[in-house]
Design a binder for this molecule. Sequence first.
Ligand code: SAM
Length: 286
Amino acid sequence: MTASVGELLRAARQRLDGHSPSADLDARVLMAHCLGKPTSFLFTWPEHIPRDSEARQFQEWVARRVAGEPVAYLIGRREFYGHEFLVSPDTLIPRPDTELLLDTVLDSLSADRPQRVADLGTGTGAIAISLALARPAWQVIAVDTSTAILDLVERNRQRLGAGNVQPLQSNWCSQLQGPLDAVVSNPPYIPDDDPHLEEGDVRFEPRTALAAGSDGLADIRIIAAQSHERLRAGGLLALEHGYDQGEAVRQILHDAGFIGIETRRDLAGHDRVTLGRTPPGDTDAQ
Ligand SMILES: C[S@@+](CC[C@H](N)C(=O)[O-])C[C@H]1O[C@@H](n2cnc3c(N)ncnc32)[C@H](O)[C@@H]1O
């Protein structure tokens, strides 16, 4: 093959058009990864001729993207909260929406005091590791179900140098010892029969990371009940949920015994994160 970067990109954009909502960006990201260069290289050197192996890899990835595979699974990476995470089809690709959950937790707990925090359903470890890097004095337990996922968390933990993250295999809180200062989770919250599960990139992500019973709230009910038992008095629970689940999640937290319950909205103005605290004891400080 002797086509240049510019020619390969033009052809790829045409193939991706109608199959991806971001054909141009996808083509550039895939090409940059094949070449092992930043995307700025593509603008500077459109006449560069990739090696045969690089061009073949690019054509294969474009074909898989045309068939629907997410770019993050093809290149095995996704940026979240300013850090690059390895991703795998074993778990969810971190979403920008989830950054609100991180901001909420960082705003709600003292930065200086050591805090013992659990991230339930950690996936790539995006939440746990980003919290741990932002707050070196905290100890963050990163919980998920499978060894494959926990191996991925461990690789991300080591690459990003988050020594204060401890991966833990556990069915929600079953293996988790209290007392905790905070529990944070972006759990599965999509109803089992939601048609969005059959559309776009989501088709390639595991159901176990997405769907949670007929109303999408099955895991949130379990997490609220189990975390209440493990949080210290005055401890924080912060949950991400669907844009139309704010009222239901506030009720679940209320029924589980949480107080000071409030919901925060994302940039689109949708209910996205709900938090509450266990009732205070006599000597609790944040
Ligand atoms: C929506 S994904 C969130 C992943 C990651 N925290 C993020 O925000 O990108 C939900 C995660 O919960 C995990 N999960 C599902 N059921 C679980 C259970 N019973 N116990 C622990 N984790 C569970 C899934 O494996 C998946 O990694």
